[in-house]
Design a protein around this ligand. Structure first.
Ligand code: DC
Length: 233
């Protein structure tokens, strides 16, 4: 059976990571978290005191940086130049910095090329903002996952609580709106639904339900005449 390329895009807190991981596990596919690549590079820029507006320097840094994404027993590890930065990239500061460097075309060019290499053989679930529009415009199945801004901010806030980060709920919702604005309004590869992406609103759905729905859609995808968008209508 041919192995598919599944693209999952959507805004912060839409549940992409949990859902994409589960879909990959259910199908025995590779899981690629492209946001982690922007985050790892942002962390390096912060550590090396490179201004987030220094476009040429950051694009050059992207070309000189090694970022590896590993999954062992369902646990993801992110390596930045061979150093484990899995937790270090999940802070508030890195989230904001990642969305700032993600506007730089030279940075995107390098990371998109890596992402294409990682997914070119198929059998991959790749999540991000531009997977169905730019990275793999011919993906076999495209999902645009979203949820209300309140629910997305609540999910982010709970994640911070679980990690012991004391973050104000009002501030979390403001930060989610701010990142949405940067992701949607940027000139290059903005976050948007590809015309052929299936829109899934997870406001009132659990991650497991969404994952099962996507697996069902991949099966439908193999039957000509059964279009993915007809499912759930
Ligand atoms: O999915 P995430 O929150 O880990 O992504 C971090 C930032 O990286 C996000 O604000 C936007 C950017 N990003 C992007 O521009 N394109 C992608 N394919 C993935 C993430």
């Amino acid at each position: 059976m041919r192995k598919l390329i599944i693209a999952i895009d959507g805004p912060v807190g839409s549940g992409k990571t949990t859902v994409a991981r589960r879909v990959a596990a259910l199908l025995g596919y590779l899981y690629v978290d492209t946001g982690a690549m922007y985050r790892a590079l942002a962390l390096k820029a912060q550590r090396e005191n490179v201004a987030l507006e220094a476009e040429d320097r950051l694009a050059q840094m992207a070309g000189e940086t090694r970022i590896d994404l590993r999954i062992d027993d369902g646990t993801q590890t992110i390596l930045l130049d061979n150093e484990d930065v899995t937790s270090a990239i999940r802070t508030h500061e890195v989230s904001q910095a990642a969305s700032k460097i993600a506007v730089i075309p030279g940075v995107r060019r390098v990371l998109v090329a890596e992402q294409r290499r990682a997914g070119q053989l198929g059998g991959v679930v790749m999540e991000g903002r531009d997977i169905g529009t730019i990275v793999f415009p011919d993906a076999d199945l495209k999902i645009y996952l979203t949820a209300s801004v309140e629910v997305r901010a609540q999910r982010r806030w709970l994640e911070h609580q679980q990690k012991g980060d004391k973050v104000d709920q009002t501030r979390t919702i403001e930060e989610v709106r701010e990142r949405d604005r940067r992701d949607v309004e940027r000139e290059h590869s903005p976050l948007k639904r590809a015309p052929d992406a299936v829109l899934v609103d997870s406001t009132a759905m659990e991650a497991d339900e969404v994952a099962r729905l996507i697996v069902l859609l991949t099966k439908e995808n193999k039957n000509p005449g059964n279009t993915a968008t007809a499912i759930g209508v």
